[in-house]
Design a protein around this ligand. Structure first.
Ligand SMILES: NC(=O)c1ccc[n+]([C@@H]2O[C@H](COP(=O)([O-])OP(=O)(O)OC[C@H]3O[C@@H](n4cnc5c(N)ncnc54)[C@H](O)[C@@H]3O)[C@@H](O)[C@H]2O)c1
Length: 340
């Protein structure tokens, strides 16, 4: 079988740390094009992996005619770039948040459908080993019903992550639209929907900019969620955990509690009401500093190779995005927002 020709647009931190190395390690992939506004960023990868460097995305699509594209640009470009790729006949892997509003997300789903290509969203929390283990334990029935939860994701902010540091697009509202909620909150709305196999029905939220100077995107949010089944819990996103970064979830259930990502070595800890404790060492939770393979690129390529729609689809990405958009609406209206 001939290799899948993959092009990457946006050669920043997530491309460097995850997309490009994971594609390069996949035997079914040929990296054919790299595009960034800063040509040297793209050129470095072309020299390393073959393929050509571009500053014009349209030109890259036209010249390379890729089978698949990873969209790793600032948030506002996700929708137009994903739609352009689909219209050029390429499968699309778009980073999270898939879009910055529902209309754009729907247009992306429609573009993929119309062009018979796959649309997958980089919601990688689902594939992390501790989360996979947690879901397996929940499905075993051991915990009984989940009653309440707390899920949170916080670090010191994108200045310590983005290629452009403190000058990053992450802090510019016109490029990012959302701050910590689009960066981290959407990971947790996606995780909780997937873990609980449930949908968010209602959202109440406080979303604020507390400490990042010179930006009007949010750097902290605390949300209260009610799931369709009635489960209630909190979702927290923060860019001001300068110490004590956190990517953890606790589920309180009929038969005990499950702690996910609260301990560095025992990534899943189950405490049952009979006093027994089970500790699972299943592999680290990825953090900005401690990168582990996301599995997202392999899953995307596998979808293409086997012609099987990706499970982390555009529809899934939209549902997780809708929770975050509802949180902003709740903050603005000071009301509880229902999701249809
Ligand atoms: N899945 C995850 O865990 C995860 C983690 C981090 C970032 N992300 C997402 O990945 C996306 C990119 O984030 P990042 O951390 O790589 O940011 P970054 O700031 O490190 O890099 C962004 C890159 O895009 C380039 N760029 C900007 N406009 C462009 C354009 N019009 N055409 C081509 N290139 C352009 C910039 O020059 C820069 O090199 C964001 O949507 C972010 O939310 C996902």
């Amino acid at each position: 079988m001939s290799k899948i020709k993959v092009a990457v647009v946006g050669c920043g931190a997530i491309s460097k740390k995850r997309h490009i190395p994971e594609y390069a390690a996949n035997p079914n992939v040929e990296l054919v094009g790299f595009c960034d506004l800063i040509l040297e960023r793209a050129e470095g990868y072309a020299q390393q992996h073959g393929g050509r460097a571009y500053t014009s995305y349209e030109e890259m699509l036209k010249v390379e005619k890729p089978d698949a594209v990873s969209v790793c640009t600032p948030n506002v470009l996700h929708a137009p770039y994903a739609i352009a790729a689909a219209n050029a006949g390429a499968h699309v892997l778009v980073e999270k948040p898939m879009a910055t509003n529902e209309a754009d997300a729907l247009a992306m789903i429609e573009a993929a459908r119309k062009n018979s290509v796959f649309l997958m969203v980089g919601q990688n929390q689902r594939l992390m080993p501790p989360h996979q283990k947690a879901k397996e334990i929940l499905q075993s029935g051991k915990m009984g019903k989940v009653l309440s939860f707390r899920t949170s994701f916080g670090h010191g902010g994108p200045e310590g992550w983005s290629m452009d540091g403190r000058d990053s697009w992450f802090f510019r509202k016109e490029d990012a639209i959302m701050g910590a909620m689009g960066d981290l909150g959407v990971h947790k709305s996606d995780l909780i929907r997937w873990l609980l196999d449930d949908e968010v029905a209602e959202v109440a939220a406080f979303v604020s900019t507390l400490h990042k100077a010179g930006t009007d995107v949010d750097d902290n949010a605390t949300c209260v969620l009610r799931m369709k089944s009635g489960i209630i819990g909190t979702l927290v996103a923060s860019w001001t955990y300068y110490k004590g970064g956190d990517n953890s979830t606790i589920l309180w259930c009929e038969n005990g509690a499950m702690h996910i990502g609260t301990h560095p070595l025992d990534q899943v800890i189950v405490q049952l009401r009979d006093g027994s404790v089970e500790k699972y060492q299943v592999g680290a939770m990825a953090t900005n500093e401690k990168q582990v393979s996301s599995g997202i690129m392999d899953a995307f390529v596998e979808s293409i190779v086997t012609n099987t729609p990706p499970s982390i689809s555009g529809e899934e990405g939209l549902k997780s995005l809708a929770v975050i958009l509802a949180a902003f609406e709740s903050q603005d209206s000071k009301k509880v927002v229902s999701l249809s």
